[in-house]
Design a protein. Structure first.
Length: 308
């Protein structure tokens, strides 16, 4: 029989299940699909926003948007257009009902369990394909799937459901190529992180302006020390590099941030004669604050093995 068996709402960045419908079938194939659900939830951030995984007599479909993924398990003969219409309806209702800030800060699984009621009602309605087909206009979804078909995930790309295998590199339909070593994703930016980023840019701009003034003074007075120009521009480079370290993940990131802060301190020590104590305090404090924010914004850890 053609039908939707279960559905889940999952956070993309770490695979945290936010809500899920209950399925009662306990067959071997169903249990294996649940394992594929777990494996997919850990890799959502590396996959296109619309995908299908065919696992024998069952299909897993999902769409992702605004950091949340909507996944469903159905029988292999369930119409693809209806499957993605179902997911699209879940997405619209979830976005309308919940603030995205709450989904980003959720810390425990199934914290939006009340959404299960909507999933169950919608699932029952879509399992009656005749009534759904007559009440819905499927033309838009059919056109969209035809123009941008879902990426078909090979089972071999996930490996065995009992063990996580190496992911092969392929070209996703309509999404370009995914590199063999994608950049490590960092944790979401906090308000204090944004403040440190802006202050670092401000310090870099101040150093740059003072550097050009030092060059101008050097051209007018032959006795001026050129090393002050170097100190200002090194300070600018250090501030901008702090911004880079805050935004992107690199190897030895924490060590680089401490070395950059050390360079900021050395530059300000050398510029002691050209700056008052408040200016020195401001630059060093901003450098220390930015270093702390770089240290706090760590790469996202491995997704926990949630019971999806």
């Amino acid at each position: 029989m053609s039908m939707i068996l279960s559905a889940s709402v999952v956070r993309v960045r770490d695979g945290l299940p936010l809500s899920a419908s209950t399925d009662y079938e306990q067959s071997t194939g169903m249990q294996e699909c649940r394992k594929y659900f777990k494996m997919l939830s850990k890799k959502l951030s590396q996959l296109p926003d619309r995908c299908t995984l065919k696992t024998g007599q069952y299909n897993i479909n999902f769409i992702s948007s605004l950091g949340v993924s909507y996944m469903m398990l159905c029988t292999e003969n369930y119409p693809s257009v209806l499957a993605f219409c179902f997911l699209d309806e879940l997405q619209k209702e979830f976005i309308t009902t919940y603030n995205m800030m709450k989904t980003n800060t959720a810390i425990r699984p199934y914290c939006f369990i009340e959404f299960d009621n909507f999933i169950q009602r919608t699932k029952q309605r879509y399992n009656n394909t005749r009534s759904v087909s007559t009440k819905m206009n499927l033309a838009d979804m059919q056109t969209e799937i035809k123009l941008r078909p879902p990426y078909q995930i090979p089972v071999s790309e996930l490996g065995s459901p009992n063990g996580f295998a190496h992911v092969s590199v392929g070209e996703y339909k309509g999404t370009g190529k995914i590199s063999a070593a994608p950049h490590q994703r960092l944790e979401p930016v906090t308000l204090s992180g944004i403040v440190s980023f802006v202050l670092s840019l401000l310090c870099g701009a101040l150093n740059l302006i003072r550097g050009f003034h030092a060059i101008e003074s050097l051209l007018q007075n032959e006795g001026e020390d050129f090393s002050y120009v170097i100190a200002f521009f090194l300070g600018t480079a250090a501030c901008l590099y702090q911004c880079y370290l805050f935004v992107y993940y690199t190897g030895w990131r924490n060590a680089k941030s401490f070395l950059t802060f050390g360079l900021i301190c050395l530059c300000n020590m050398y510029l002691y004669e050209l700056r008052n104590l408040w200016q020195l305090f401001f630059h060093v404090t901003v450098g220390a604050f930015s270093t702390l924010q770089i240290r706090l914004r760590q790469p996202q850890g491995k997704s926990p093995d949630y019971n999806v």
